[in-house]
Ligand binder design. Sequence first.
Ligand code: GLU
Length: 503
Amino acid sequence: MTAPIRTRFAPSPTGALHLGNARTAILNWLFARRHGGAFVLRLEDTDTERGVPGGEAMIYEALDWLGLGPDEGPREGGPFGPYRQSERGALHRERARELLESGCAFRCYCAPDELEARREAAIAVGEPTGRDARCRDLPADKARRYEAAGRTPAIRLRVASGPVEFDDFLKGTLAIDGDDLGDMVLVRSDGRPTYNFAVAVDDIAMEISHVIRGVGHLSNTPKQVLLYRAFGVEPPEFVHIPTVLAPGGGKLSKRRGAAGVLDYRERGFHPDAILNYLSLLSWSSEDGEEFLSREALVERIDLDRLGAADSEVDEEKMAWLSGRHLRAEPPERLARRWAGQLDAEGLGLTDADLRRAAEVFAKRTRLVTDAPSEVEPIFRAPPLGGAAARQVLWAPEAGAALRLARAAWEETAWRPEALARTLRGAMREAGLPGRAFFPPVRVALTGQPHGPDLGEVAYALGRERTLERLDAAATGAAGEFDTSHGGHNNGSNDGSNDKETSV
Ligand code: GLU
């Protein structure tokens, strides 16, 4: 039986979750979901100087927004807790003692400044610096003397000379010489575990099967692999993924490519678009399809299709994907997103209004923040008193157009296509060209000379509002038109060369 798939995301709570880390979280989440495994959040919060207050909450907020809820973590709990590294110190020290007992590690009584002085001296004469371990085989009586003198030892790993080989899923087998690694410190003399020791101990304890992380961690991997060997444990699959670069190249930063995932939320991107986009940055689906739902990503994620090249963030593509994901969303859900953006109360919009608007206008948006500019002008009371509106409504045929539109729509099933169709029927009945028939209807509904398809506008406004607006405009409109005259029918009511000819 193969071990269950367990991946982990191990951020340090040092601030906003940037796109690179989010991509790491996404690949771990997708891979765990794909294989029915567990996605673990472990907070690497031992570096208290770099940690920021509220850092953990910021990570959760970003993960929740992206829909990457962990199966186990500081908030969720789980059988392998605690999930904050800072709460695991006792386990780290315990594991270090085991390595002392098995002889894989040794106590080193050299003070950090002594080690540093010797390191500098070695550099000065061009000698390798890694291998400075004069306590490696310290006789017991000497160790006792150090202890008596009040020295507390660090615990270091006995690292043999010769190549340390390790495997990376993308790069294959790599090696570094043990002398270059040196006898690395596992627990400092003040009792604090070192970074690589804590990571390896925790990954082992949490039974992590796949370590998917940024390529920047590649240099840590041989050190961690040595620890797996010292504990007699098979290392996990290490997958080091390439770097996410700012638009135009270079490191992501606040100024270059809105570093924080939640900045994209503020800017109105659909979270699934960020998920989709970041997945595709280093991975491509077999058929090259780029617009992929969360479910499709889970179904298709395949580490064999990971690329090794760094990639720059392309916000234009992200926005395109955001538009696609907004359109794919059920209108009820999109309406809820829009509700937070629009002046729904000021415009008197009900949930049903927003839902209908979402149904027809989603395709005109790419970002959630596009909603106000698309939706508010439609619902705002049309300014009929303005000169442009008056000019349209005082045209000789306007009154008849409005009345015929009203009569037709009164009977119509309230669906955008049906509304457009019956409006065209009313136009034919009026015997008017599109350029004479449609503008008064449009101005009556929105006060604007141009805009979306009138069937969609009416649909979004709803029956009551639409008929009211037609009535209100008809009251001010001039030019009673008798359809029996037929004189206005100039035969061009398909109006194919007219701007306002189609609904
Ligand atoms: N804590 C590390 C970071 O913030 C990740 C460690 C790992 O994935 O092994 O990048």
